[in-house]
Write a protein that binds this ligand. Structure first.
Ligand code: HQG
Length: 184
């Protein structure tokens, strides 16, 4: 068993490499974000004192299932800033989705809607608790936004869901957004 602190550090580094900077360890992702697990293992074990089994353990224990390991290849399930096409199928969303963010962002969001910023999509969740967890990672006060996904979908916007259950959209125009009642 790995020490929890090391496990968290390695997991964060895995996200960094697979979502944002594969070239930092000399890796190149394919068009859909996959890379050979052997090469990935080598890159990690040259930096951290971890075994292949430790890395597999991190993938399996990740509470958010951040990584997929399939047929000798690994990728991040979502959250990329590098150019990948996850090849997700458009999917009917639940009626309501949520997004947690900092209160300081609200004036800009109210003007422009939710934008994908550095990522490929805006990230949304089906439950408030997940939105709260995302929001509280930000500095200062947070807000929870409620997205009228049913109306947005019926008016022609596509939604996707990642393998680990994150709802994704190109953007959320402001007419579909409201501050969730009862949250700060
Ligand atoms: C904000 C975690 C001003 C947006 C979570 C957010 C998530 C605007 C920030 C994943 C804006 C972008 C992603 C606008 C959006 N004006 N601010 N018009 N539109 N924003 O990190 O959703 O733990 O790219 O509200 O679970 O915070 O990494 O997105 O605050 O799924 O696996 O711009 O990160 O997953 O920040 O988090 P991010 P996010 P992991």
């Amino acid at each position: 068993m790995m020490e929890a602190k090391l496990e968290t550090e390695v997991s964060k580094y895995m996200s960094y490499v697979l979502r944002h900077a594969p070239e930092a360890v000399g890796l190149t992702l394919d068009a859909e974000g996959w890379v050979s697990f052997d090469a990935f293992e080598q890159a990690l074990t040259s930096k951290y004192d971890v075994s292949r089994a430790d890395i597999v353990g991190i993938i399996e224990n990740s509470p958010k299932k951040r990584f997929a390991l399939v047929e000798g290849r690994i990728r991040a399930n979502q959250g990329h800033s590098v150019g990948v096409d996850l090849d997700l199928e458009p999917t009917d969303p639940p009626a309501i989705l949520f997004h947690g963010t900092s209160r300081a962002s609200w004036p800009a969001i109210e003007r422009e809607g939710l934008q994908k910023m550095e990522r490929h999509h805006v990230h949304l969740s089906a439950d408030i608790d997940t939105a709260k967890i995302v929001a509280t990672r930000r500095k200062g006060d947070y807000i929870i936004l409620r997205i009228d996904a049913a109306r947005m979908f019926s008016e022609g916007h596509s939604f996707f869901v990642s393998d680990n259950g994150v709802w994704l959209a190109e953007s959320v125009p402001v007419q579909y957004l409201s501050l969730n009642a009862g949250t700060p």
